[in-house]
Design a protein around this ligand. Sequence first.
Ligand code: NAP
Length: 283
Amino acid sequence: MAVIIDGKSLAKEIRENLKKEAEKLRDKGIIPHLAVIMVGDNDASKVYVRNKSRACEEIGIEFKEYLLPSTTKQSELIELIKKLNEDKKVNGILLQSPIPKPLNIQKAFNTISPEKDVDGFNPYNVGNLCIGQDGFIPCTPLGIMKMFEKYNIDIDGKKVAIIGRSNIVGKPMAQCMLAKNATVTICHSRTRELKKEVKDADIIISASGKRNIVTSDMVKDEVVIIDVGMNRNDEGKLCGDVDFEKIKEKASYITPVPGGVGPMTIAMLMENVIKATKKQNNF
Ligand code: NAP
């Protein structure tokens, strides 16, 4: 029976430490400030942004939301980002995805100043991660690395299979694992034999958004399972990518959904905002 990795309590512990860090900054008259841009009307995004706003409030980070209509032009979005780049009060800028189709989100990410890019999606930070230089690492992979650290899970020399190659999870996750000396396989929708690719893995990180993509017969004994997926089951309840109930009998460690990776992602956003604030103030 696997150890269930408790992302919720680890995230709480991290937020408590960040609160102390924010207090120290505030004592020096420095108020950490996160600007969040949302374009259009997306219910899921509203929930994510509300959760981020609550976390900011708890820690003592100023939170300002910019709601733009779905008719917003690319140039208007870019203008707002440039204005926030210039604004000395703003330490972190986050553009909530998705944004309406005609807009190019990567062009918008490219405009966010690397020093304020707390999501780590600007190519400058992507590049830093690839070459092992300090920068901002996307929050979900960063949170997963913290879980490995907290639970003393060895990565060095291990076979890691990642399911998903998105810019926000799969690819940066692969870089983080590579930096810790894992042998990494990245799987995606064109992978021919997923089972064959993951069966031998010591660690499986699934970020496909496909329910039950990983079943018990696909994994080896003592595998470590990190489930990033956020899906709905037949009863409408939140669930991950993997068959949790069966796999937990076989695995050595497993993250639940909810209560695993999700809370860590928000905690890491908060950590990145504090990091940005400190750097910008030579603190
Ligand atoms: P995404 O951009 O849709 O990427 C999904 C990836 O999975 C793609 O690379 C896709 O391959 C791959 N994939 C889809 N079906 C597959 C299949 N049958 N076999 C193998 N690979 C397959 O999604 P994302 O933004 O990375 O997010 C992935 C999941 O994680 C979603 O459920 C999302 O809600 C969740 N998520 C959770 C958190 C959190 O904090 N808990 C944070 C971010 C995302 P192709 O590239 O070939 O299309």
